[in-house]
Write a protein that binds this ligand. Structure first.
Ligand code: AP5
Ligand code: MG
Ligand code: ZN
Length: 217
């Protein structure tokens, strides 16, 4: 199963990708997570990405395409993969097309998770994460403990530097300008499926599974 999750920042791509990748036993490939890990480790990729990520701009296509080429050629992707946060621009989508053509592995489905902008700002300003295990806390749905120490692993709970309101608004702008064109790109290929991402995570998960199973019949 080769899937893409499309959606605005805070649409729930990561939340749903984690569950779907467990259900179908395919790796979740999040370019955002890979870049943040590189930034933490202080390696070159992270240094290249830092200023773009902090301002909510896209990291240059050449950097991202190079990263994804290497990632998709790892053996765990042979049985399929779920791309979370990639592609995000037409050049990235076109590069993915030729890469998958070379590997003789076409995409099965592109799932667009649709959520209103108002809801997104609320979700993202309330989000906090564990620095060590990545656990997701949210003041609206699953508040972190007062001491901001992760209840799962004891790590420090922090706020992503791009989850400030001003940066969120820029990320939404970038999404509208650079990523929304991918909706018609995949619609034309006949593989786009849209789900309502406004309800509870469990309900969104059920809609995604229903759509994927329908496709595989
Ligand atoms: P990335 O890390 O991909 O961030 P993003 O796309 O902005 O999206 P988020 O991870 O913030 O949101 P999400 O949709 O995963 O939502 P989540 O499930 O976490 O990218 C960060 C940066 O890296 C980019 O700005 C760019 O600079 C760079 N980058 C990455 N990929 C790139 C690429 N391909 N090209 C160029 N640059 C790239 O949910 C958010 C919150 O809402 C959570 O707290 C969650 O608990 C809550 N929530 C989720 N679902 C629900 C629900 N149904 N109901 C209530 N709350 C919910
Ligand atoms: Mg994410
Ligand atoms: Zn933790």
């Amino acid at each position: 199963m080769r899937l893409i999750f499309l959606g605005a920042p805070g649409a729930g791509k990561g939340t749903q990708a984690k569950r779907v990748s467990e259900k179908y036993n395919i790796p979740q490939v999040s370019t955002g997570d890979i870049l943040r890990a590189a930034l933490n480790e202080g390696i070159e990729l992270g240094l290249k990405a830092k200023s773009f990520m902090e301002s909510g701009e896209l990291v240059p296509d050449s950097v991202i395409i190079d990263l994804i080429k290497k990632r998709l050629q790892k053996s765990d992707c042979e049985k399929g993969f779920l791309l979370d946060g990639f592609p995000r621009s037409l050049p990235q989508a076109e590069a993915l097309e030729s890469l998958l053509y070379e590997l003789d592995n076409p995409l099965d489905s592109v799932v667009s998770i649709d959520v209103s902008e108002e809801k997104i700002v609320g979700r993202l300003t309330n989000r906090r994460l564990c620095r060590k295990c990545g656990a997701d806390y949210n003041f609206a749905t699953n508040p972190p403990p007062e001491n901001m120490i992760c209840t799962i692993c004891g790590g420090e709970i922090y706020q992503r530097s791009d989850d400030k309101e001003e940066t969120i608004l820029n990320r939404l702008n970038v999404y509208a300008n650079e990523t929304i064109p991918l909706i018609s790109f995949y619609k034309e290929k006949g593989i786009l499926k849209s789900v309502d991402g406004m309800s509870e995570p469990d309900a969104v998960f059920d809609s995604i599974v229903a759509i994927l199973e329908e496709k595989n019949k």
